[in-house]
Write a protein that binds this ligand. Sequence first.
Ligand code: DQA
Length: 143
Amino acid sequence: MNILVINGPNLNLLGTREPEIYGPETLEELMMWLETSQQGSNHSFKFFQSNHEGEIIDTIHDERHWAAGILINPAAFTHYSYAIRDAISAVEIPAIEVHLSDIQNREEFRQISVISPVCVDQVSGMGKDSYLKGLKLLLKHDA
Ligand code: DQA
């Protein structure tokens, strides 16, 4: 399966960004761990991180003919980006929303995801294992 992994704003600072909430690994370590996991073998990955909404939308558009699945941590865009939501909906590629932290048990504004209605599933609060579980769920949608 060709899998596009998208990480949103501030996730480039993983490792030093609030490690008590988001864990000690850098984004690069986390993505390498995912790609080399047993579940990841025999699949192709493209990784993209951006702090800019439009760049995330452009990447979803640009990779729409390559990607068979999208694993996305939209970070803060989760809570208000109707534009990213519409992009996922437009390309009609199965997408799984993942979060390191448990967004349902944090500040009130984090409890709303405008992205989840267009995703096949959401995984949250399992630290880096959220990505692995998200990958497993995505592989079930391998056509
Ligand atoms: C996050 C949760 C978001 O609320 C936050 O804005 C992030 C990271 C997570 O992975 O837990 O940047 O998506």
